[in-house]
Design a binder for this molecule. Sequence first.
Ligand SMILES: *Cc1c(COP(=O)(O)O)cnc(C)c1O
Length: 462
Amino acid sequence: MDDMDDKDRTVRTDRERAARRDAAVRAAVDQGLLGPGSPLVGLLDVTGVRESAAALRAAFEAVTAPGTPVLHAFAVKATPLVPVLRLLHEEGLGAEVASPGELALARAAGVPSARTVLDSPAKTPAELREALELGIAVNADSPQELARVDALVGPAIPRSPLGIRVNPQVGGGSIEALSTATATSKFGVGLRDEGAREWVVRAYLDRPWLTRLHAHTGSQGIPLPLMAQGVAQTYALAEEINARVGRRQIDTLDIGGGLPVNFGSEATAPTYAQYARLLGETVPGLFDGRYGLVTEFGRSLLAKHGTVVARVEYTKSAGGRPVAVTHAGVQVATRTVYVPEAWPLRLAAYDAEGRPKTGPEVVQDVAGPACFAGDLLAEGRALAPLEPGDHVAALDTGAYCFAHHYAYNSLPRPGIHGFAPDGSGGIAFATVREPQTVREIVAEAGQAHASALTALRAPERA
Ligand SMILES: *Cc1c(COP(=O)(O)O)cnc(C)c1O
């Protein structure tokens, strides 16, 4: 695929996605998903998710030797919703899980064990045992964890493909909390630490069943060339290990996820195709068919396909600045509210009927419903003047956002609805997750144990 075709196609896809989103907001109001009694929803663009999955597959098909096994394991933590995992499974993707909950979600979605990878830094013996019994791929994060795996494997040949996660320590990006390849990152075995590289090589020499090597060098904020450097170092280590062993013991490289998402505009940038081509240039040999590949993309598959839409409840003015008080804040956009400079979100204004709101823009704050002053989706944002009954959409919120509810002020988890064109000019919706009810909030807040604390007292002295 040629650069220009790729670019044209991406531009068209981005434009169509924006149009589908506008149609979905309008239809959500029309069909009563969004209204006074339901002032906050998450909308998920099914067409867009399918397109991103197809773009990921095509990007690697274009650069790998024919017949190279490639498993794209979606990082479940990005959007931990069973229907999403099922959709991606149907699109040919697997699942990367990092907790018993995420593994259970992947299994509930029907993702087969052979297409699941377990990667957490804190796996318990019970989790490791379950994964090995199911034949799920496991990447050991540390020498201590590898010792636990040793004990479980014993003299047998494990069914699970097993590997070690290494940290190439190539450096961090613009967001410290998401930089996994710094010298002191908590993940994997730091390759540049004294003795570490030799320890890793030995670990493979001693264990013929270690057949994979894993690195995930970063997420949002990491420049692509740095990610490619991390993959290059991992590849070089695999080559070194296989040379020392004298056979192709490592047969699969797990290169992690982490493609950054453009939150500044509609454009999908960078693309999977660009990253795959850069990997091919930086790591000649990676795609020549000698290694099977696993990828673990999360954010880049889902972010642009999710939209949080909230009703404007009130508007006011404070210190001369207009403030729109909406129903979307810290409970659905936690990172944005607490670290706004790292996680700015695009906002779009819609009127009470869900039509894009135009008109001369006004600089205003868009606030959430939570009771602390910093609960703002955006500060000083130029938007069409908002009025009560209008709607505000937080765009690109399909990953690490609306499925990552934060229970501040006992605000309910909003319903999430998937949407797709219905074939006759309208939009069809399907429930992905029911909205949480007040009854459920009370039950989850210990209702069944209401007298637990008042009943707990020292016995009266005789
Ligand atoms: C979070 C994570 C991913 C996915 O990262 P994205 O930035 O969402 O693509 C992949 N692999 C591992 C090990 C992770 O922890």
